[in-house]
Design a protein around this ligand. Structure first.
Ligand code: ZN
Length: 210
């Protein structure tokens, strides 16, 4: 696929956009086996000065160590560096090392990572940033919105958190445009064909090259 024109158009579209919504799939997670630092730095540079929000399905927390603005990120699948009670006796969330013996101060059950892998996932860990995100999203209506969906394949969490809702957002906003970039399945639904472009390429490499 010839993606040269996209490499040129994409930064220009970002510059022209009033809002930029970024969805990060598993290509941007620890499971990719890559050093993601340069890619996160390239993404931060691309978004510099823009009114953006990032939704990530990744739970490794690497994004919070990048130059990206932590107040503009939501991670609804959780964060491996935050802890919750395994028995979910409380909605309290603890940071790494905050509880020395690793046991719930309320009931004594082990503390486990606060991610969707937990049997009883405590959603309080991400709800504040999620509310910020939905409020931000409501302010994108009738704005020139550029959507960058990067590295989201077809795992259930990618479909539910990224692909389906992002397509819906683009569909309902007449001034929206979207790039769907991933190496496995970049197909775009018929409803938004005229407003979206698909790139079958690894999105981490793509962003690093910009
Ligand atoms: Zn407990």
């Amino acid at each position: 696929m010839d993606t040269n024109h996209i490499t040129a158009d994409l930064p220009a579209r970002i510059r022209d956009a009033e809002r930029v919504l970024v969805g990060l799939g598993t290509e941007w997670g620890a499971g990719s086996g890559r050093d993601l630092k340069p890619a996160y730095e390239a993404l931060a540079k691309l978004l510099e000065g823009k009114d953006y929000f990032i939704v990530t399905v990744n739970v490794d927390g690497q994004i919070y160590d990048s130059p990206l603005d932590g107040k503009r990120i939501t991670a609804p699948c959780g964060n491996l560096h935050w802890y919750q009670c395994q028995a979910a006796c409380t909605t309290d969330i603890w940071e790494e090392g905050e509880v020395a013996d690793g046991k719930c101060p309320h009931c004594g059950a082990p503390l486990i990572p606060n991610t969707i892998e937990a049997e009883h996932y405590i959603e309080e860990g991400y709800l504040i940033s999620w509310r910020e995100y939905t409020a931000w999203l409501s302010r994108t209506l009738n704005r020139r919105l550029e959507v960058l969906e990067l590295g989201a394949g077809v795992r259930m969490r990618e479909l539910q958190v990224l692909r389906w809702p992002l397509e819906k957002t683009v569909f309902f906003n007449n001034k929206a445009h979207m790039y769907r970039i991933n190496e496995t399945f970049p197909q775009i639904s018929d409803e938004i064909q005229t407003k979206a472009e698909a790139v079958k390429e690894n999105s981490v490499e793509f962003v690093e090259k910009l």
